[in-house]
Design a protein around this ligand. Structure first.
Ligand SMILES: [Mg+2]
Length: 441
């Protein structure tokens, strides 16, 4: 079984960020809460607090009784998002980050020689060092390495904090045998009851079933998916509702200034975000695309070497669909665009969509306010039948594209970033294997 996935899970992420920012909290029992009252619940606990049995979901009143010295810290979404970006950037200095799964979990695809167990483990250790030195020593993580994302995620849960577990070999890894059915990601209380009704109570028993019996136990083909996934096979990710939501717009000649182009981008993004909220999707990736005309000499033609050029850049982040946050992400990408040239066309795409079932819903005041704001704007615009309320930054562009557009079929941008293919994987593998010089990175 080739090792294809490296999965990173930050340890007690919110509490670790607080400890990084405030050295007085380090080594102490800390609980991050949405507000300081006994009636709310703990969102994250530091490891010293966990030793008192405090975990996510423990009511604050109970947590105080379990650990009288407990330090409560009121959490803030903004700083966790900022640390999330810094951690992902630090990790990406070691391996490209393939997918962000939540604010504190992401995964990388291993290619070529990176799949050798010793090499994969060395990369994991290098990533831990990169995060500690670039972001902060309190940001520790548990890393799992296995044949696919399901097993790698389970491996990342096996050793905490600061763990590193490699699951190799053929067939179900023996390390799984000590786990419970609920330790399988995707098996919740409902599925556990269903498996119990099929007579399956232990992981050992589950792993002894053949593929057909797994399907029966699950009551669907998903059982067969798990049969293969638990054996480290390369299985497709379970499908999301749709692939992407994107809009693009060609600027009329008088709008080809950076200010106007930016306003149009905000407008396109506002539309895409509203659409995502409407269909109940959450995005984990935003791509901004720009088509430039190089300054075309009068009368020049393509044959004479004049061509438009395309640029695009993506940001990944935890599941999100509120306009305010997405506009901030867009602004970071926009600042990094190539300068010079005239902007002919702009586009935005929201992708890595999910239905929000596994999502971290907004926990903190500021994130909840953004969500409520987005919903309120949606309702007003629904009643008004047009974009009655919109971000100030798109004011310049409010009439540049129709307020209502058909979302039913979503065109892919005719731009290079969309073409994700095995060919690119191969090219990256060659690249990352160092072209035969021992893989120096
Ligand atoms: Mg975590």
């Amino acid at each position: 079984m080739p090792l294809r996935t490296l999965y990173v899970d930050l340890n007690s992420f919110f509490a670790s960020v607080e400890q990084q920012l405030n050295p007085a909290l380090r080594g102490k029992p800390v609980a991050v809460v949405p507000m300081i009252t006994d009636t709310t619940s703990v969102i994250a606990a530091s490891y010293p607090a966990k030793r008192f049995g405090i975990k996510t979901g423990t009511r604050v009143g109970d947590a105080r009784r379990m650990c009288p010295g407990l330090i409560l810290v009121c959490g803030g979404h903004g700083k966790y998002i900022e640390f999330h970006h810094r951690v992902v950037e630090a990790a990406a200095t070691v391996l490209p980050v393939q997918s962000v799964h939540s604010i504190d979990e992401f995964s990388c695809r291993l290619l070529g020689v990176e799949r050798e167990p010793a090499r994969a483990a060395a990369l994991a250790r290098e990533m831990k060092r990169a995060i500690a030195s670039r972001v902060g020593e309190c940001l520790t993580c548990s890393i799992g390495i296995a044949g696919n994302r399901l097993l790698a995620k389970m491996a990342s849960d096996m050793q905490k904090p600061d763990g590193l577990v490699v699951l190799e070999g053929d067939g179900p890894p023996s390390a799984l045998r000590g786990l419970t059915l609920r330790d399988i990601s995707g098996v919740g209380p409902k599925m556990e009851r269903r498996l119990n009704r099929a007579g399956v109570y232990t992981m050992e028993h589950l792993l002894s079933l053949d593929e057909g019996r797994m399907r029966e136990a699950w009551g669907s083909v998903v059982g067969a998916w798990y049969w293969r996934a638990l054996r480290g096979e390369e299985v497709g990710e379970r499908a999301t509702v749709r692939r992407s939501i994107g809009h693009q717009h060609v600027l009329s000649p008088e709008r080809r200034t950076p200010e106007r182009a930016r306003a149009v981008l905000v407008r396109l993004l506002d539309k895409a975000a509203a659409r995502a909220r409407h269909v109940g999707c959450w995005a984990r990736r935003l791509t901004v695309s720009i088509r430039y005309t190089r300054d075309k000499p009068d009368g020049a033609t393509a044959r004479e070497g004049w061509r438009a050029s395309d640029w695009s850049a993506s940001a990944t982040f935890p599941e999100c669909h509120d306009t305010t946050t997405l506009v901030q992400e867009m602004a970071r990408l926009w600042e990094a665009r190539p300068q010079g040239g005239t902007i002919l066309m702009v586009g935005v795409t929201l992708s890595d969509l999910s239905n929000g079932l596994g999502s971290t819903r907004p926990l903190f005041d500021d994130a909840q306010r953004r969500e409520r704001l987005a919903r309120a704007v949606d309702r007003i615009n629904e009643v008004a039948g047009r974009a009655a309320i919109y971000p100030a930054s798109m004011h310049e562009a409010r009439t540049s594209a129709p307020a209502r557009i058909a979302f039913s079929n979503i065109p892919d941008l005719d731009m290079p970033h969309v073409k994700e293919s095995a060919a690119r994987d191969d090219a990256r593998a060659r690249d990352r294997n160092g072209g035969g010089n021992g893989g120096a990175r």
